[in-house]
Design a protein around this ligand. Sequence first.
Ligand code: PLP
Length: 442
Amino acid sequence: MSHVFHRHLSHTYPTAVGGDGAYLIDAEGRRYLDACGGAAVSCLGHSDAEVIEAVREQVGKLAYAHSAFFTTEPMEALADFLIERAPEGLSSVYFVSGGSEAVEAALKLARQYFIERGEPERRHLIARRQSYHGNTLGALATGGNAWRRRQFEPLLVEVSHVSPCYAYRGQAEGETPEAYGERLARELEDEIQRLGPETVMAFVAEPVVGATLGAVPAVPGYFKRVREICDRHGILLILDEVMCGMGRTGSLFAAEQEGVAPDLATIAKGLGAGYQPIGATLVGERIRATIAGGSGFFQHGHTYIGHATACAAALAVQRAIESRDLLPRVRQLGDGLQQRLEDRFGDHPHVGDIRGRGLFRGLELVAERESRAPFDPERKLHAAIKRTAMDHGLMCYPMGGTLDGRRGDHILLAPPFILEDGQLDEIVDKLDATLRSVLGPS
Ligand code: PLP
């Protein structure tokens, strides 16, 4: 019996022993094409020599220096790199070890900012239903995924949840995308008015929703309206780019494509591409300046903040993405993937929607295309798809059936940026074989 407390206690997992470009290899020598980067993490694949060397070199120099005593060269260099390329107004970086920690830091920075500005009454958070911002209690409270929250509800701080921008299921018949976005903006405005604008601290959203909806971008103009509403009421905009950031959608930050800049942004997964665990909260200048000019101290912290090896890995990853010109490649591969998915599954009776940006794509599965009726969640389609895909040598990220107990299943694809064109076909072929096995012939 394994003594590891695995998340699925009854599963037997294959043992991963190696990586080769876009493939993971198990102890039996089986190769799995990683079409989801685990969870949108492995953007440079699994064997990047430059990144591995950067990790080796850095850990050889310095094992650990606590951030309460020292700064380090890799941490400073990575912060410079990110801020030089970040949306306007973001001026410093708080390093952590993953996405949930980045979200926790953003929430606490927002709260502390308002206290130091003399607005302690600002304590309400607004986020969106069917969203995921992490599993630690603050991040879980912020997320609006009913299934993940259910048993922990008594431990969660109160957060308001408004509708996500989810055109496939939210946009009414005959309604234009613009009118839909405007309707959602009004819903946000109404919630702010209900809470009292002077008590609202921040609005939190993912620019492109990943885990809970399957690569769903907002309709045009939605985030501009959200930014405008936040500004009008003095509310901070926190954009969670833990999954969709760091080039995944074809621009370094997904917010760039919305034409908005957040007050706080969270990044993680693609930042270190899995070579080391790392996340970060990018902090707007007015927040930094307020705290710097006030208490001068952020009341938060973790032991592994800005670990030098993690920062060195992330810097090597980000430099590689830039020097190899991978962002245009992400856009090109992403278009190719979308096209192939549409060619193969466009008429599939159980594929209701194919969507996304860059190498961040989602397929929504439906029991019936016309009515968009979802599959019965009891069918646990996502588990069958994940298992069957692995049998076919493919890693994809299926989710759903449990979202509010009624929304549909989806499959998220987030392959590495180093993919070769032929591997796009391999993904689609293996996915097709998987869906045939699970759902029957189309
Ligand atoms: N935020 C978003 C948007 C995520 O997708 C995730 C993880 O999937 C998190 C936060 C939490 O990140 P982590 O699992 O690294 O704590």
